[in-house]
Design a protein around this ligand. Structure first.
Ligand code: PEP
Length: 252
């Protein structure tokens, strides 16, 4: 049985005070009951404070991006070991906003994934197609290219210590959620492609869905056999909204 994971991607939102309040609200709501693993990914300036606040609670902390380099003359970048140093356990790599707004290629994302793992972080590899790609029937080709770059760079065994998030670009921040069947189809495709390399790794791989997931649509998505959790943007910015998805993951 794969442990469910509900991860919040705060993107570039909030403040020191708002992040303190949000983490307090989430930790409060998580309580003692056994539920999914939970994770928040705040903006870089708040990582250390959020990690300190979350220490000793069930809430894990991750970053939204990382450098593929270990140290040196890379102004503005953050090394994987620095994230570990301030208490991160996870890092998102290849979010569609990084790919489309900052020109990250699948090769660069694969390098970031490998660098993160080398430092002991668990990468959350984001893959997903644009609306035009879906409408032209290219969804599987796009997802395969993004996944294969990591498989070629790090090997299928590396996925035993990683998470993959399927995030259709057309569903991110749009309120237009994929249907459970649409998401399940792509999740099954991803798991099948990994199984071609290693069936055991594929069976244990956690696959998150991301794209306008909310408390009301989460139960349907999480009922699908290959959807193991969610990567949540907008609904991770309010404790009650995030906790509603956590609750759905605990019971579906
Ligand atoms: C995301 O940013 O990864 C995301 C899924 O955003 P939203 O939930 O707002 O669509």
């Amino acid at each position: 049985m794969r442990k469910r994971l509900i991860a919040g991607n705060w993107k570039m939102n909030g403040s020191a005070a708002a992040s303190r309040e949000l983490v307090a609200g989430i930790v409060d709501g998580l309580g003692a009951a056994e539920g999914p693993e939970t994770l928040v990914c705040p903006p870089f300036p708040y990582l250390a404070a959020v990690a300190a606040q979350a220490e000793g609670t069930p809430l894990a902390v991750g970053a939204q991006n990382v450098s593929e380099h270990a140290s040196g003359a890379y102004t503005g970048e953050t090394a994987p070991a620095m994230l570990v140093d301030v208490g991160c356990r996870y890092v998102i790599v290849g979010h569609s906003e990084r790919r489309s707004l900052y020109g990250e290629t699948s090769a660069q994302v694969a390098a970031k994934y490998a660098a993160a793992q080398s430092a002991g972080l668990t990468p959350i590899l984001c893959v997903g197609e644009s609306l035009a790609e879906r409408e032209s029937g290219a969804t599987e080709d796009v997802v395969a290219e993004q996944l294969d770059a990591v498989l070629a760079h790090s090997g299928v065994a590396s996925l035993a210590k990683a998470v993959v998030a399927y995030e259709p670009v057309w569903a991110i921040g749009t309120g237009r959620v994929a249907t459970p069947e649409q998401a399940q189809d792509v999740h099954a495709f991803i798991r099948g492609r990994v199984a071609d390399g290693d069936a055991g790794v594929a069976a244990g791989l956690r696959l998150l869905y991301g794209g306008s997931m909310k408390g009301d649509n989460a139960p349907g998505l999480l009922a699908m056999p290959d959807i193991d959790g969610g990567l949540i943007g907008g609904a991770s910015l309010k404790a009650a909204d995030f906790l509603a998805i956590v609750a759905a993951a605990a019971t579906n």
